[in-house]
Design a protein. Structure first.
Length: 240
């Protein structure tokens, strides 16, 4: 088991128990921000027996967002037809692409070896999602494609079944072809999301977490299950 930490744990003594790994948030809760404690927290995670992982936040602020939003008719890197739309999948893909680029730049400033770890995309309803399932999933796809094409060894997905369905409209291995067909006029995914490893969010305790290892919100294998806080107030994660 191991722990995950991010900006809410800034200034807090990090776990020194028998945790085997640490996962550190790159953002300060939303895209195009940086966790002010990423450097110290990453050094802590690197010192655990199995080393570090990282995660970054996702959202869909369409039809515009702080940090970046494409222009109508631009191809940056894929075609954004109508930047005023909340459901233009090309525009949201571009947003995800640039959000991932911003996160990777922040990570490289800390440690250029960070690309060797698994990067988890945090997909939760707490952040803004103003599009539909197709455009929301395009953001996640854009982030995945940027990271994989820029040297990140592996990208995984963090969510719950309920939140994933509500945000993506039910993207799974069996429905992925429908999404690719809908996106085809504007882009073709570079790397599939179908088989990305999964990290299931927040269950009550380790026993409940163990029972969730055989579940999946996309059809891919679940690798980690997060469960309740330990005595120090840190989220704990079970390796399946």
């Amino acid at each position: 088991m191991g722990h995950d930490v991010s900006h809410p744990q800034c200034g807090v003594a990090l776990p020194t128990d028998n945790g085997s790994f640490g996962i550190v948030g790159i953002n300060e809760g939303r895209p195009f921000t940086t966790n002010p404690c990423i450097s110290a927290q990453y050094q802590w995670a690197k010192g655990t027996p199995y080393g570090a992982g990282v995660y970054l936040n996702t959202s869909n602020p369409a039809p515009g967002g702080a940090g970046y939003w494409p222009r109508s008719g631009s191809q940056d890197p894929v075609l954004c037809i109508d930047a005023r739309s909340t459901t233009d999948a090309g525009c949201t893909y571009d947003y995800g692409w640039h959000a991932a680029a911003n996160a990777l730049s922040a990570a490289m400033a800390v440690d250029r070896g960070m690309t060797q770890h698994t990067w988890w995309l945090d997909v939760e309803i707490e952040n803004r999602w103003s599009g539909n399932g197709m455009s929301n999933t395009a953001i996640v796809q854009g982030m995945n494609d940027y990271l994989r094409s820029h040297g990140v060894a592996e990208v995984g997905l963090y969510s719950t079944g309920y939140q994933w369905r509500k945000i993506t409209g039910g993207y799974t291995a069996s429905t992925a072809a429908n999404y690719r067909t809908a996106w085809k006029p504007q882009f073709t995914p570079m790397y599939s999301l179908d088989n990305a490893p999964l990290w299931l969010a927040t269950y009550t305790d380790s026993n409940a977490a163990k029972t969730m290892c055989t579940t999946s919100f996309t059809g891919a294998k679940t690798r980690l299950v997060q469960y309740g806080e330990d005595e120090g107030g840190f989220d704990t994660n079970l390796v399946c």
